[in-house]
Design a protein around this ligand. Structure first.
Ligand code: NAD
Length: 370
């Protein structure tokens, strides 16, 4: 089992061409002691209540200060659990009053995809910074409007791509950049799971914006971008969906795409709602990196093959307790230190341009050049 220096890993992140805009806050940004940034969570569904909210207890710079829900009984139950005062509970109708709440610095939008744009824009107009869940929106024009609204309000916008704070993924980015597998030649990313209940919002076009691509496929798109450090110049896509299956009456099941990158790297990505996948592979002329599983909530594994040997690499712990804490505290520390977030609205907007090109190509548009 190979060992890596923790400092290498942290400074490695600082060199990530794709994610680090000039002056962007790094994942290892020092906190300013004494103040924690207040988060309002909008939408009290599975990801908000089961995954994100319990993590505030582990944060050094973030705290949960407000809740927004269509169900006040549910909001009060969680408010009691997390010590959120009644004055900091909002419905979707009273949400805009959040502007008067000095305990809220940032709004974290964890609603169905088609609601991300509205709540991001309303949050910015209320003078709050915003984190929105992935996918950033359901269209390029919405994503542009979100970036514009936050820019106009002078507020920061980040997208909830937690993998950028996950040690195995951070290490894979570093190994890609530092020549450990030679010159990059090929990237492959696949994500999927088997959808069950056809009534879920994820299978409704109006709420989800699309099918597997909008849900898990954006992880494949992201991994292909952050492992190569490049943007696709040309995209060709195909989809395969049984429209007689009640789950897929409105959205796609499986979709795959080819990216041509400017350096000559070729990428194949896919997502599926009828088979299980969670694998990313980057191949160079001297070796190969595999992340499998690549992007679950926990349990990532990284292998590197080079010089005729394959070994598992266990990265040192990241700067945060886990990827969720890393993401929450990173945004808080960007606000405290007035730095742009690593996973910016512009990065989410670029994903939406890519997603749009994948859909256009799969619909018969041939190869789309970006
Ligand atoms: P969920 O169905 O569990 O929760 C959605 C919440 O939105 C519920 O509280 C629901 O009451 C509320 N809501 C408000 N209006 C609604 C409407 N018209 N229809 C349906 N629900 C409505 O979903 P989730 O799994 O928590 O996903 C929420 C968002 O978080 C999605 O954008 C999803 O892509 C994202 N997500 C991200 C990750 C990640 O790892 N980054 C993981 C899961 C989900």
């Amino acid at each position: 089992m190979a060992e890596l220096d923790r400092r290498d890993l942290l400074t490695g992140l600082g060199g990530l061409g794709l994610a680090v805009a000039a002056g962007a806050c790094s994942a290892a940004e020092p906190a300013r002691p004494g103040r924690k940034i207040g988060y309002a969570i909008v939408g009290l569904g599975y990801y908000a209540t089961r995954i994100i909210m319990p993590q505030f207890a582990n944060c050094r710079s973030s705290r949960l200060t407000a809740l927004v829900s269509g169900d006040m009984a549910k909001a009060r139950t969680f408010a009691a659990q997390y010590d959120v005062p009644e004055r900091s509970l909002y419905t979707y109708d009273t949400f805009d009053r959040i502007r008067d709440n000095p305990d809220v610095d940032v709004v974290y939008v964890i609603l169905p995809n088609s609601m991300h744009a509205e709540y991001t824009i309303r949050s910015a107009q209320a003078g709050k910074h915003v984190v929105t869940e992935k996918p950033m929106s359901v269209s390029v024009s919405e994503a542009e409007a979100m970036v514009a609204a936050c820019r106009k309000a002078g507020r920061k916008l980040a997208v909830g791509y937690r993998s950028h704070f996950q040690p195995h993924n951070i290490l894979a980015m570093k190994l890609s950049r530092d020549g450990s597998i030679g010159t990059r030649r090929y990237v492959h990313a696949e994500h999927g799971f088997v959808q069950g209940d056809p009534t879920k919002w994820r299978l409704k076009k109006a709420l989800a914006g699309g099918g597997s691509l909008m849900d898990m496929g954006v992880y494949s798109v992201q991994a292909m971008r952050y492992l190569t450090g490049e943007e696709p110049a040309a995209i060709t896509a195909r989809s395969s969906t049984d429209r007689k299956d009640p789950r897929f009456a409105e959205v796609e099941d499986m979709i795959s795409w080819t990216f041509e990158f400017p350096s000559g790297v070729i990428g194949h990505g896919m997502s599926s709602y009828s088979s299980n996948h969670n694998h990313v592979r980057l191949t160079g002329d001297k070796g190969r990196i595999d992340l499998e599983p690549a992007t679950p909530y926990e349990g990532q594994a990284l292998r590197i093959a080079r010089g005729g040997k394959e070994e598992r690499l266990d990265p040192p712990p990241g700067p945060a307790v886990n990827q969720f804490v890393g993401q929450l505290d990173h945004m808080a520390e960007c606000i405290l230190n007035d730095r742009p977030p690593l996973i910016s609205g512009e990065m989410g907007l670029q994903d939406m341009r890519i997603v749009d090109a994948i859909y256009r190509s799969a619909a018969g548009g041939g190869t789309i050049r970006l």
